[in-house]
Structure formats: structure tokens, C-alpha cells
Design a protein around this ligand. Structure first.
Ligand code: HEM
Length: 403
């Protein structure tokens, strides 16, 4: 009787074990304070606030599927392509793990792009969350590096030529550019040493991202989440406990996310990739169009829009770097775009322009496509240039005093 489940004795045993662990390593209270019932969050968060936790889940899924892929993959130019075929055909469930990793990479970017667009709309980058935003931009850069390195590993035609084009960009660095490229390749062209080191870096970087995500969450907890109205919280009634309210909402969001994700994994795993990557890498045959993965396309379009290569490279990296100074460009006192009659339409145009840039990145760099890409590049940077002016002159709608 004494130890039946639910009895006083069992309850005491659990409490004592909990206390024993707390005295030695307070990890359970740490979790409860971070994502449990002790962590208080604004009560008016909408579904746009689901994407941070979704990004975390997508990251973990990439790491797990990646570890299993690495058990069968061979980072050797003579074997890499065949080892992928081996994973797809011979390894038990290998096709599923690879499809999840491939589709998962694209979905991870979709989630993070929405997460960033949310921050841009609700002014989450503004004081006091500048560092939180900046850490996010660094995560985004590392994600791009990881995605690029991973795409080289299957050693298909796009892997090889994508790696050649992108690494060559560094040759524009004055004086030492060419030496840097040779150093990066480990030889005089993309080859076996390149593949080997790209594999090592592709394996390591996600763990670096995990470390930086921890800093991201730490910074988030310092001031708590922003909210759709963008106003500071005042009373205790403005908050609800993260658990169970947002844990259940995040689980629901995950369920919704898994519907298109599993559909793509099972029915259209190659849809977001390029068919040429099913042809083994051939240094003697250049593909008609070298296109990166879709998530790089807007930045690729900026690179190609500018006829001077050095300036193109600068503009491409500048397009991401400018996000780092965003909190100092937009000093308007109102956070949420809901109350900013000028910023709001400008934001919508910015998103549409970003999609247009992506489309330009897909098209051959000639004729009208170059002109459109140039106009879209000008608008991309124009948006950021307008923000300091809006900060001074835009008259906001009446902002509610509380959420
Ligand atoms: C691996 C990628 C990322 C993970 C796992 C991640 C995770 C999270 C989580 C869990 C939250 C809290 C929940 C939420 O507000 O949605 C959050 C908030 C936030 N993240 Fe990220 N994030 C990532 C990338 C980024 C990037 C690339 C940026 C921006 C460049 C960014 C900017 C922000 C901002 C500004 C907030 C605060 C939002 C608010 O309170 O309104 N994050 N992130």
C-alpha cells in the first residue's frame, strides 16, 4: 500500500529526490524558470511568436538526422556521390533520414525567415533587444555558411560548381584574395581537401549555432518577449505563465508545421533542390546555369546585379551586415508596425521586393533580369536608408497604454 502510485509515500519520495538534485544541480528549477510555469510571458502573443521554438526544433532535427547521415557518408571525391546513393538505396531508412535532412534545411530557413520578418514588423530589434537581434543576425550568417557547406557534400554538379563560384568570390579581397581562395580550397581548385574540410565544418557549425542560440535565449530572458502591440508590460495581469499556455501553443504549432514538412519529405523531397545535383560532379562540364539553393537567391541576385565584381560582393555581404545596425537606423519610438502608417506599407513593399530579388536570382543574369535586379537592390538598401528619415518625421497612430 505504502508505495502505490499517487500515495503520500511516492509523493514524498519524488519531492525528496527533486530536492536532492536541486541542492546539487538546480537544473530542474532552471528549466522551470526558463520555459516552465515560473517563466512569465506577455499574454497577447500571437502565432508569429511560435517560430522561435519551431526554429529550435528544426535545428535539433537537422543535427539528429545529420549525425545518422554522417555514419554512412564518405567525404572523399571518389566516394561522396556514391555514398549518398548508398544511403538512399541500401541503408535502412536512409532515404527517410536524407529526405528529412534535405527538406529540413529548407524548412529551417523558411521558419527563420518568418521569424526575422516577425521581428521586423513588430520592432523586436529595438531597445532593449538590440543584442538579441544582433545575435540572431550572427545565427543567420552561420546558418547560411552551414547550408552552403552542406550542399557541397553530395558532390553533384551544383555542389561542385556552386562551391567554385562562391569560394571564388573571396578572390576580390585586395592583395591576399587569391591566396585566401587557394588556402580555403587546400589546392588549386575545389577538390578532395576542400570536400574533407567542408564536411568537418558542416558537422561542427551546427553545434556552434546551438551555443549561440543559448546566448540568444539568454538575451531574450533578460527583458522578456516583445508583443504584437510593442508596448512595455506594466501590471502582473499582462503576463501569463509560459507553461502550460505557450508550451501547448508551441506543440500545436509544431503539429501544423509537420503537415507540409512530412508531405514534402514523402512526396516532393527534391522539389526545392536542383535536378543537376543528381549528376556526379564533373570539373570539365560547366552547367548552363549555376544556381544556389533557394534561400540564397535574394543575396545572389544582389551579387549579380552590380557589374563590378568587387562591389557586388560588398553589396551581398552588406545586405546582411546592414541588419546588424538596424536598431540604430530605425529609432522611431513606436515598436509595432501596427501603429506606424508609413513604415507598415514600406515593410510590405520590402518583403515583396525581397521575393522579387529571389526570383531575379533564379533567372539568367542578362537583359531585363539584370535591370529588375538592380532596381530591387536599390530598393533593398533604400528601405534602410529611409528608416532614419521615418524615425524623425513619421507620425504614429495613438498607441495603447497597455496590452
Ligand atoms: C537557429 C535559429 C534561431 C532560433 C532557434 C531562435 C530562437 C528564438 C526563440 C525560441 C525566441 C523566443 C520565441 C519567439 O519570440 O519566437 C526568439 C526570439 C527572438 N529572435 Fe530568434 N531564433 C533564431 C534565429 C533568429 C534570427 C536569425 C533573428 C534575427 C536576425 C532572431 C531574432 C529574434 C528576436 C528579435 C527575438 C525576440 C522577439 C520578440 O520578443 O518579439 N532570431 N528566438
Amino acid at each position: 500500500m505504502a508505495h502505490t502510485p499517487g500515495s503520500k509515500q511516492v509523493e514524498n519520495d519524488i519531492r525528496n529526490t527533486y530536492q536532492w538534485l536541486e541542492d546539487r544541480l538546480p537544473i530542474l528549477s532552471f528549466i522551470n524558470n526558463s520555459v516552465g510555469s515560473n517563466f512569465m510571458a506577455p499574454r497577447n502573443l500571437n502565432y508569429m511568436w511560435n517560430f522561435g521554438s519551431l526554429a529550435g526544433i528544426a535545428l535539433v532535427l537537422q543535427i539528429l538526422t545529420g549525425i545518422f547521415l554522417a555514419m554512412h557518408y564518405k567525404p572523399d571525391v571518389a566516394m561522396a556521390f556514391d555514398s549518398i546513393q548508398h544511403i538512399m538505396r541500401d541503408v535502412n531508412w536512409g532515404w527517410l533520414i536524407r529526405n528529412m535532412h534535405m527538406v529540413g534545411a529548407s524548412f529551417f530557413f523558411i521558419v527563420v525567415y518568418i521569424h526575422m520578418a516577425r521581428g521586423l514588423y513588430y520592432g523586436s530589434y529595438k531597445s532593449p533587444r538590440e543584442v538579441l537581434w544582433g545575435i540572431g543576425v550572427i545565427i543567420f550568417l552561420l546558418m547560411m555558411a552551414t547550408g552552403f557547406l552542406g550542399y557541397v557534400l553530395p558532390w553533384g554538379q551544383m555542389s561542385y560548381w556552386g562551391a567554385t563560384v562562391i569560394t571564388n568570390l573571396l578572390s576580390v579581397i585586395p592583395f591576399i584574395g587569391q591566396d585566401i581562395v587557394v588556402w580555403l580550397w587546400g589546392g588549386y581548385s575545389v577538390g578532395d581537401p576542400t570536400l574533407n574540410r567542408f564536411f568537418v565544418l558542416h558537422f561542427v557549425l551546427p553545434f556552434v549555432i546551438v551555443g549561440i542560440v543559448i546566448l540568444h535565449i539568454w538575451a531574450l530572458h533578460e527583458h522578456g518577449s516583445n508583443n504584437p502591440k510593442g508596448v512595455d508590460l506594466k501590471t502582473k495581469g499582462d503576463y501569463i505563465p509560459f507553461h502550460p499556455y505557450y508550451t501547448i501553443k508551441d506543440v500545436f504549432g509544431l503539429g501544423v508545421y509537420l503537415i507540409p514538412f512530412t508531405f514534402m519529405v514523402f512526396y516532393a523531397p527534391e522539389y526545392l533542390g536542383h535536378t543537376d545535383n543528381n549528376i556526379p560532379a564533373d570539373p570539365l562540364v560547366t552547367p548552363a546555369h549555376i544556381v544556389p539553393e533557394w534561400y540564397f537567391l535574394p543575396f545572389y541576385a544582389i551579387l549579380r546585379a552590380i557589374p563590378i565584381k568587387e562591389l557586388g560582393v560588398l553589396a551581398m555581404f552588406g545586405a546582411i551586415a546592414i541588419l546588424l545596425v538596424l536598431p540604430w537606423l530605425d529609432k522611431h519610438p513606436v515598436r509595432s508596425a501596427r501603429f506606424r502608417p508609413l513604415y507598415r506599407p514600406l515593410y510590405v513593399l520590402f518583403l515583396m521586393n525581397f521575393v522579387l530579388l529571389g526570383w531575379c536570382g533564379m533567372m539568367p543574369p542578362e537583359g531585363i533580369y539584370v535591370l529588375i535586379a538592380q532596381a530591387a537592390t536599390a530598393f533593398y538598401f533604400g528601405f534602410f536608408a529611409l528608416l532614419p528619415i521615418l524615425s524623425k518625421f513619421e507620425k504614429a497612430k495613438p498607441v495603447p497604454t497597455s496590452i
